[in-house]
Design a protein around this ligand. Structure first.
Ligand code: MLT
Length: 395
């Protein structure tokens, strides 16, 4: 007999599979049908370089502490150990941004925070750039929220602006450098968003997970922009910066100035985390702390430089072939126009069948992504060079 309870029907309004699960499913089917295929995976943005030596050393030391009764630790504080919150606050000083450790909340991933923040917000109108990281949309649909899209396209350089948007309060998601397009907001453009948010009483959820890939003169943190502390939460991560996709550590910033009436938004977040989250493992937080040390930063920058050289290798092929693309300069992603008017899933199949290369169809990031395709530079050098050769022959 079936259950006689109510379920969250909103789950039937999202696509049946999460984008990267759908890709994995299709690639596995291809692999089963073609067991000898030498598949190059440039789809999901998963890192391939190992953790930096200084990070591994910190993890080992922390593991030893956990194995000694004198230094063993149980539950981690739900908002993060002070040593890590303080280290993150210190990291922001170089931008330069002043934050207190209490405004920083450590978590197990930017994806979790982006999805979970919906818990503390009511039924607001949501503004989501299109194309963008699918978690913003999916998590709001799952909560039954009304979403309005702001289209990124070739004309606006995939950087939608608030001009022409009806002035009322929204929850606005911004991702810069953008996943998937690699486009980055400059200071003036970001200031326009901050002004719009402050004037309308809107909240900006600013995803800066790719800030460490910025090499040009662009803001790394939304808090570099005047007025942002009264309207923006920032979510950042160690995943891409320090190779933590499998290690899991991130943080969200809830500035003290961010209030709804008398209530600090940080109160709701801390209350949510205290009830629903038991903290990030000690070993992982020590590893994250090491990634932010001077030596850790140096080693992380070496890994980032390696990935950005991969981006340059792919970009060179696209340039040679005259294919329009964005990204690859301040971001590990290249966002290209599908050749010959193919749809993005048609191009996905074409690349997989003809070159055994996996990428991510633009339509998976929103309707405005149709006709575009994302390649990641997070592969190994060897596989990136091989992919570049195959692309040269095919395109
Ligand atoms: C991506 O490929 O867009 C990312 O790896 C997804 C993520 O960070 O969750």
């Amino acid at each position: 007999m079936s259950l006689n309870i109510k379920i969250n029907e909103n789950y039937f309004n999202v696509k049946k599979n999460y984008l990267f699960s759908e890709i994995a499913k299709r690639v596995n089917a291809y692999k089963t049908a073609n067991p000898d295929a030498d598949i190059i995976r440039l789809g999901i943005g998963d890192v391939t370089l190992p953790l930096s030596p200084v990070v591994v050393e910190a993890m080992k030391k922390a593991a030893d502490e956990m194995g000694d009764a004198a230094t063993f630790r149980g539950y981690a504080p739900e908002y993060g150990y002070d040593f890590l919150r303080e280290k993150i606050a210190e990291y922001y000083k170089k931008f330069p941004v002043n934050l207190s450790a209490e405004e920083i909340f450590v978590s197990d991933g930017a994806k979790s925070d982006v999805g979970n923040i919906v818990d503390i917000l009511g039924d607001n109108e949501i503004l989501i750039p299109d194309p963008v990281y699918p978690v913003y949309l999916d998590s709001n649909i799952m909560s039954g929220h009304k979403v309005k899209f702001i289209a990124g396209n070739r004309e606006n350089g995939f950087l939608p602006m608030p001009d022409g948007i009806e002035r009322r309060p929204y929850v606005i998601y911004l991702c810069s450098p953008n996943n998937p397009t690699g486009a980055v907001y400059g200071r003036d453009a970001l200031k326009k968003w901050i002004d719009f948010a402050n004037e309308t009483g809107s909240l900006i959820i600013f995803d800066s997970a790719y800030e460490a890939f910025i090499s040009g003169d662009y803001p790394h943190s939304v808090y570099e922009i005047e007025g942002s502390k009264t309207c923006a939460v920032e979510i950042c991560s160690f995943s891409k910066t320090a190779g933590f996709t499998g290690t899991r550590c991130a943080w969200s910033v809830f500035p003290d100035e961010l209030t709804v009436g008398e209530n600090k938004l940080s109160f709701l977040w801390s209350r949510r985390q205290a009830t629903k989250f038991n903290g990030v493992p000690y070993v992982v937080q020590r590893a994250a702390e090491a990634a932010l040390s001077d030596e850790g930063q140096k080693q992380c920058r070496e890994s980032i430089a390696y990935y950005m050289e991969n981006a340059r290798i792919i970009a060179a092929v696209l340039k040679e072939k005259g294919i329009y693309f964005t990204g690859g300069e301040n971001s590990p992603y290249l966002w290209l126009e599908c050749p010959d008017g193919m749809t993005s899933w048609e191009f996905f199949d074409f690349l997989l069948e003809k070159a055994q290369i996996v990428g991510t169809p633009g339509a998976g990031f929103g309707d405005a992504g149709e006709g575009y395709f994302r390649l990641t530079s997070f592969g190994s050098r060897e596989s990136t060079l091989k992919a570049a050769e195959r692309l040269k022959k095919l395109l």
